[in-house]
Write a protein that binds this ligand. Structure first.
Ligand SMILES: Nc1ncnc2c1ncn2[C@@H]1O[C@H](COP(=O)(O)OP(=O)(O)O)[C@@H](O)[C@H]1O
Ligand SMILES: [Mg+2]
Length: 201
């Protein structure tokens, strides 16, 4: 379903102003990803993972540096780059199926049921929620709600899928130390190449 796109992050620096001082978060980050490549950013809570993802989503612009997708500089959000937030943000008054249908609606595509129906069914099947299509968000477990949010992103057939996932800081920080690859919990993400590996297919 996801065909992929080339991502090019060049010398990106990002900082936030808070409490009367600048908080450096990303320091000269350079990272490329080929179409179809799966890249995981691993780091302690507060190290800048979501900040980088927000730049790729086009929700923020970097202080310095550039972010390109398929050669085009990112200037704002685009449906071709889907972001799945840590919080599933499902609408409680809509069923799972109708929440997934928000995907095409958000693209201002209002195809009839004949057009959008199979795509929604396919997305629900991909995340294993076919049997819960008629369920309300309150009837889902946390993981199922996350999968519904994933289906809502997949239904738009994005070329870039950005997943902002909760990862236990305790687990991440258990590796923080003299021989750790990751920076200490209080440090900004400064590595020029976060851990990445291509998918098998
Ligand atoms: N909009 C913002 N304004 C001010 N500070 C921010 C903003 N967004 C993130 N930060 C700060 O940037 C740092 C990195 O945050 P974030 O990228 O969310 O970390 P991570 O996703 O790795 O846990 C944190 O110290 C956070 O407080
Ligand atoms: Mg985060």
């Amino acid at each position: 379903m996801v065909s992929g796109a080339a991502i090019e992050i060049r010398n990106v620096t990002q900082a936030f102003r808070g409490g009367g001082r600048d908080l450096p978060v990303l320091d000269d980050i350079t990272l490329t990803a080929r179409p179809g490549e799966f890249v995981a950013l691993i780091g302690p809570s507060g190290s800048g993972k979501s900040t980088l993802i927000r730049l790729l989503a086009g929700l923020d612009t970097p202080l310095f540096g550039t972010v390109h997708v398929d050669g085009d500089r990112i200037t704002g959000p685009d449906p071709s780059r889907a972001l799945v937030f840590q919080d599933p943000t499902l609408l409680p008054w809509r069923t799972v199926r109708d929440n997934v249908a928000i995907g095409p609606q958000a693209r201002r595509q209002r195809p009839g049921p004949a057009e959008s129906g199979p795509r929604i069914d396919e997305a629900l099947d991909l995340v294993g929620l076919t049997d819960f299509a008629g369920a309300w968000p309150a009837q889902l477990s946390g993981g199922m709600a996350q999968r519904a949010a994933l289906a809502r992103a997949l239904v738009n057939d994005p070329s870039v899928l950005l997943l902002s996932l909760i990862h236990s800081c305790r687990v991440s920080c258990s590796g923080c130390g003299s021989n750790a690859d990751s920076p200490p919990c209080s440090s900004p993400m400064t590595s020029t190449r976060p851990s990445s590996w291509p998918t098998a297919s």
